[in-house]
Design a protein around this ligand. Structure first.
Ligand SMILES: [Zn+2]
Ligand SMILES: [Zn+2]
Length: 251
């Protein structure tokens, strides 16, 4: 199946492949006739690919699973990996929770919630959402492949590349991208593991250590007013209830 290059879908790639333009095939003159099949006759891959591997799936227990896209991942501190996790599709300026609360929001990198969501104990910030992250990866892959595909098609048309070598070169470009994407997936999982429910567990520890019913009551009031997540308020309310039960039991 072939498709034409869609200029309307072109977006700036996040980074450029270091791959140089392939050398002309041996024995062919730049101005001579193109070998068969002609440039217009070979299959131009679709973007996004029909069998796109960048999908979130569910395991048998219903837990969300990120895809495995490369057996040769780049290290999590590789420059290309860092660029992927620190960029985002700039469609919305804020995560959904900050937009709803009408407060400033800040993106650091994928897998780390924005600061307001973090301190409010909100567990579902967009920036640590696997679907948000995978959509980002797909966006940057498509931008990169649009450019690579265009360069390779031009190389064939200018007789710098054998049409029969197009697929191999295009697969190389794909592998180059997916090795960085796999590193980014690993970094995303590390980030989620390190930052997930950190605030909730912190509030839980603080509440459990407190015997001050007045302080816990004030925390509940302020937390409710400032948009603290219900799971945090519940753990504080649970501690407060425990204190009252102890007090009543002692009477
Ligand atoms: Zn936010
Ligand atoms: Zn957020």
């Amino acid at each position: 199946m072939s498709s034409t290059f869609d200029d309307s879908a072109y977006v700036l790639p996040l980074y450029h492949s270091p791959r140089r333009l392939p050398l002309p095939p041996q024995g062919s003159a730049p101005s001579g006739p193109l070998p068969s099949p002609p440039p217009d006759g070979f299959v131009i891959p679709r973007i996004p690919p029909p069998d796109c591997p960048l999908r979130v799936t569910r395991d048998s227990r219903g837990h969300r699973q990120l895809p495995h896209v490369s057996d040769h991942p780049l290290p999590v501190d590789h420059e290309r990996v860092i660029r992927l996790v620190k960029s985002r599709v700039d469609v919305v300026a804020k995560c959904a929770n900050c937009a709803e609360l009408a407060i400033p929001c800040e993106f650091s990198e994928s897998g780390i919630p924005c600061p307001p969501c973090a301190v409010l104990g909100i567990p579902d910030c967009d920036y640590s959402d696997p679907y948000f992250f995978v959509a980002n990866l797909a966006y940057h892959r498509d931008a990169y492949l649009h450019e690579e595909r265009s360069v390779l098609v031009d190389a064939v048309k200018q007789n710098f590349l054998e049409p029969s070598q197009f697929s191999r070169e295009y697969e190389r470009a794909n592998a180059w991208y997916y090795s960085a994407a796999q590193g980014a997936i690993t970094r995303f999982l590390i980030n989620c593991h390190a930052t997930g429910d950190l605030a909730f567990r912190g509030y839980q520890c603080i509440a459990e250590a407190s015997n001050d019913a007045g302080l816990l009551s004030r925390f509940l009031a302020i937390g409710h007013e400032s948009g603290m997540h219900p799971s945090v308020l519940q753990t504080v309310a649970g501690r407060l209830q425990g204190l009252f039960n102890t007090f009543l039991g002692e009477e």
